[in-house]
Ligand binder design. Structure first.
Ligand SMILES: C[S@@+](CC[C@H](N)C(=O)[O-])C[C@H]1O[C@@H](n2cnc3c(N)ncnc32)[C@H](O)[C@@H]1O
Length: 351
């Protein structure tokens, strides 16, 4: 056996640790899911002050043989930024370590808005486990990973699996709470509009929040399957036609589709907004990959989503150049990108 000369000797073990970080990285998601299953964010939130390990153990429903492991779980959560270690003084005037939530774990407290706990529920369910097929997906034909793993495409699979559909929709609705927190305050986007159709609007959470913020705006949710809506719902496929409105909202839609399918969707959007006579617009909420400008964490999220979209749905996250090309090809003459929410932007496109 030859040793790899191009790696300086002092780099070998750094390289090894780098590899192991990635090999074991799926544990990050599973630990987070476990913390939510054990209600750790809720317990600490309801405690109302920094919680010590014995206090946490007394509230957790863990088996007595596992109590010693709680401390290790907490150490992991502290190291990864989900808990913050602080000190408290007890009645005997002794100083003890205690723990509080951090901004990411505050987003996991149930019953609060926004609450991303349902998104954590997607970890290691069929959705992510399907990515095990990534290697064979590269070697195989045009099938998506969803088709390899489930035998049918993602949306068809969800249609026939009520439990998965429920957890997927809850996850999407939790994301909508995040996005609309900012969107509803972005008054210039909705100024002068009478109607909006949320294409692929799922359970209507986005539309509901927009409607509450802009009561004069008529909101329609358009999706494949009907849910229990308060709002007006139109069922159908965006590949056929889209209800007319001043604005079409595409939140987390185009990244699900390749350029060819996205062109068809955008063409139908264009018809929907121009048939009303006035020149409307399409509001796209999706990521814009900007490796040179974004920090490492932000790019990492976008690239993880890109691999997930590429394989699960034949979709993609796009750079600004790719968005421009797609929008121009679909007949949109102007567009404006406003980076708004962390890893996503609003793209307003005008025909
Ligand atoms: C990633 S989810 C986004 C849901 C929602 N916009 C959100 O951000 O919370 C994609 C949505 O597109 C819908 N969808 C998929 N194919 C569709 C089609 N052909 N016509 C209309 N909606 C479709 C799905 O049912 C799903 O609700």
């Amino acid at each position: 056996m030859h040793s790899i000369e191009s790696i300086p000797e002092n780099e070998y073990f750094k390289a090894e640790a780098h590899l192991y970080r990635y090999i074991y990285s799926h544990i990050n998601g599973t630990v987070l899911k476990c913390a939510v299953q054990l209600d750790i964010p809720d317990i600490i939130h309801n405690h109302g002050q920094p919680i010590t390990i014995p206090q946490l153990i007394s509230k957790l429903e863990v088996h007595p043989t596992k109590t010693a492991c709680v401390e290790r779980l907490v150490r992991f959560l502290v190291h990864n930024g989900f808990l913050l270690e602080t000190k408290v003084i007890n009645e005997e005037e002794e100083e003890n370590e205690a723990y509080t939530l951090t901004p990411p774990s505050k987003l996991l407290v149930k019953g609060m808005e926004p609450n991303l706990a349902p998104m954590v529920g997607l970890v290691e369910t069929g959705f992510m486990a399907a990515l095990d097929f990534l290697g064979s997906w590269f070697k195989g034909n045009n099938k998506t990973i969803a088709e390899i793993a489930f035998g049918v495409g993602m949306w068809e699979m969800l249609e026939h699996d009520p439990l998965r559909l429920k957890s997927f929709n809850e996850a999407m609705a939790s994301d909508s709470q995040m996005i609309t927190m900012v969107l509803k305050d972005f008054k210039s986007i909705f100024k002068g509009l009478e109607s909006i159709v949320d294409v692929g609007g799922g359970t209507g959470t986005t539309c509901r929040i927009i409607c509450e913020a802009y009561p004069n705006l008529k909101c329609i949710v358009f999706d494949l399957s009907q849910f229990d809506y308060i709002l007006s719902f139109v069922g159908g496929s965006m590949f056929e036609s889209i209800p007319f409105a001043d604005v079409v909202l595409l939140k987390w839609i185009l990244h699900n589709w390749d350029d060819e399918s996205s062109m068809k969707i955008l063409n139908n959007c264009k018809e929907a907004i121009t048939k009303k006579g006035k020149g409307g617009k399409v509001i796209i909420i999706d990521a814009v990959i900007k490796e040179k400008e974004d920090d490492d964490g932000m790019t990492q999220v976008k690239l993880l989503f890109d691999i997930s979209m590429m394989s699960t749905l034949n979709g993609k996250e796009r750079t600004e150049k790719e968005w421009k090309k797609l929008l121009e090809a679909a007949g949109f003459k102007h567009y404006k990108i406003t980076p708004l929410f962390g890893f996503r932007s609003i793209i307003e496109a005008y025909p």
